[in-house]
Design a protein around this ligand. Structure first.
Ligand code: P6P
Length: 275
């Protein structure tokens, strides 16, 4: 359902899954640098950022790039069709413990930064027991499994189940608002099971699969929450809406937020509408 240019870009991005995954075993350790959010960078964070920047530049289809690992927007090819946001290696602290990590991309035709509602595509690679690719171009959500013979369609037009099973809430319980505590107590009484894996891509994917809610709420220590609007919240919000779910900052849909800065954070609630 994608137009030719969009399909070509998504296929080029899909070809990056294997070379990224192949680096996980070899490129280990801390880089002794911090990103613009003051978070310690792994060697792998910087490599993945550089790798994606180069590959997207080589497509000659991307005019500008925003990355969680960069302080500002980077111009790639003037006059090209697409703008792309990346979280090159989401949840990279999971590498050391061999837990899930992902790569999250948002694709726009507008210049960045711009409202998430303007995305023309959103996709993520999830590096789990299997590498998967999930994408939407605004006509449903589709999931592919990576095999030696390339990506095979696992499920087309994924929809959230009517009643979810799982919940995962970030931040220390002592830093939650009283309302958050009450909500979680309700979820537990309703029988929702806690699943929290430390990588938004992994936790989002299980919410998409089994239904429920993931949240990284405003905390007393972090009133804007932790997740980044452009690099994490917007792409997954496009996907969840296409799967029949919803995402909010607690007051309004994530996709309607007009970014003031490329690097702004947002409280995030994402999953089944009723939750
Ligand atoms: P915490 C990873 O750093 C990330 O941005 C998301 O992928 C993940 O959901 C969250 O932070 C985990 O945060 O505070 O639980 O380590």
């Amino acid at each position: 359902d994608a137009d030719r240019d969009m399909a070509a870009l998504i296929i080029k991005i899909s070809a990056l899954a294997e070379p990224i995954r192949n680096e996980f075993a070899l490129r280990r350790g801390k880089a002794d640098t911090k990103n613009v959010f003051g978070e310690e960078q792994l060697v792998l964070d910087k490599w993945a950022n550089q790798f994606l920047k180069e590959k997207l530049k080589n497509t000659r289809m991307v005019k500008m790039l925003g990355s969680e690992e960069e302080s500002d927007i980077i111009k790639l090819k003037d006059g090209a069709v697409f703008s792309v946001t990346i979280d090159p290696l989401d949840g990279s602290s999971n590498i050391e413990s061999n837990n899930l990590v992902g790569t999250i991309l948002g694709i726009y035709r507008d210049d960045l930064p711009v409202q998430g509602r303007k995305q023309v595509a959103a996709l993520y690679l999830l590096f789990g027991p299997v590498t998967t690719l999930v994408y939407t171009v605004g006509k449903g959500v589709h999931e592919f499994l990576y095999t030696r013979r390339g990506f095979l369609l696992k499920e087309a037009d994924i929809k959230l189940p009517g009643r979810g099973e799982l919940y995962g809430i970030g931040g220390l319980r002592k830093d939650w608002t009283p309302g958050m505590e009450k909500f979680v107590e309700w979820l537990e009484r309703e029988g929702y099971k806690l699943r929290y894996g430390g990588s938004f891509t992994g936790d989002f994917n299980q919410t998409l699969q089994y239904g429920g809610i993931f949240a990284y709420p405003a905390l007393s220590s972090k009133p804007e929450g932790k997740l980044r609007l452009l690099f994490e919240a917007n792409p997954m919000s496009f996907i969840i809406e296409q799967a029949g779910g919803i995402s909010s900052n607690g007051k309004m849909p994530i996709l309607d937020i007009i970014p003031e800065s490329v690097n702004q954070r947002t409280p995030l609630f994402i999953g089944n509408k009723d939750l």
